[in-house]
Design a protein around this ligand. Structure first.
Ligand SMILES: [Zn+2]
Length: 131
């Protein structure tokens, strides 16, 4: 059995999680920009110029496609944080993608980008890689 319906996030918890995610996103964007500064790759320089002109983080997708070792982790996390921020305003946030049960608020506070409840996450991680 998963969490009960009255374990749903309160508006205050939701607001706190949103600000945690926004702070994390700003930190990740700063990290990505810093990594881009240090790159001599023409494609990265091109995307960096575009980002500076437009401040449009759609370039993050193009960057991710380049699959650069130094940027992969930050971009992966940035994608997760963006997705969580897109969900946090509506009822999809805090609902497990596997079993549709409510994810415990304590888990969401610790892992705001969590998309699965603890039980489903553990089951998922127990599977062999690639399944
Ligand atoms: Zn679940």
């Amino acid at each position: 059995m998963g969490a009960m319906i009255n374990d749903k996030l309160t508006p205050a918890e939701r607001a706190r999680i949103r600000s945690t995610l926004e702070i994390r996103r700003a930190a990740l964007r700063t990290e990505v920009k810093a990594q881009m500064e240090g790159s001599g790759d023409d494609r990265v320089v091109g995307l960096r110029n575009r980002l500076e002109e437009t401040d449009d983080w759609a370039v993050a997708d193009a960057l991710a496609e380049l699959d650069l070792a130094g940027l992969r982790h930050a971009l992966d996390e940035l994608t997760e944080v963006d997705a969580a921020l897109a969900r946090v305003g509506d009822d999809r946030y805090g609902v497990c993608t596997d079993c549709s049960d409510v994810i415990a608020p304590a888990r969401l506070s610790a892992y705001p980008t969590a998309t699965r409840c603890l039980e489903c996450q553990q089951a998922h991680e127990a599977k062999p890689a690639g399944v």
